[in-house]
Design a binder for this molecule. Structure first.
Ligand SMILES: [Zn+2]
Length: 144
């Protein structure tokens, strides 16, 4: 069994790992647990997802940052390819400065892989799609 945090209501769902790919819905709000799109979170939302079992791929970004805006479609596309192996989160560093400080984010975009509350890997800058994909495949831990 795995704990999966709902991207809509942030309730935790207990799910058999074999059902991950079977388009599971949230027991509380009945919305899909995976919709192929990154989830925007604040510090509280991040904590909810970090307390669940899926590895997190986190995009620390800001609206004023050109490279961040350029990278956004790559991140979204990658999300649709890698779900349900990972949960893709977007953290607006302007809205959640404490969370950015906690992870020592000095430049944006910064991409982090976090699993069980701990940083597993990070890369700075807007990577080309192929490079980002290779990085994810080499760094993503197995969920569960
Ligand atoms: Zn829900």
């Amino acid at each position: 069994m795995m704990l999966i945090c709902c991207p809509h209501c942030q309730r935790k769902n207990r799910l058999d790992a074999s059902r991950l790919s079977a388009a599971p819905v949230c027991g509380a709000c009945k919305q899909p647990l995976f919709n192929g799109q990154p989830t925007a979170v604040d510090a509280n939302g991040f904590a909810r997802h970090a307390g669940a079992d899926l590895p997190l791929v986190v995009d620390f970004w800001a609206a004023w940052c050109g490279p961040c805006r350029q990278f956004a479609p790559t991140f979204s596309q990658s999300c649709s390819q890698h779900e349900p192996r990972a949960r893709f989160l977007k953290v607006d560093t302007e809205a959640a400065p404490d969370l950015a400080a906690r992870f020592g984010i000095r430049s944006i975009p910064t991409l982090l892989i976090v699993h069980q509350g701990k940083e597993v890997a990070r890369v700075n800058g807007a990577l080309p799609a192929g490079e980002f994909d290779r990085w994810l495949r080499s760094q993503l831990p197995t969920a569960g």
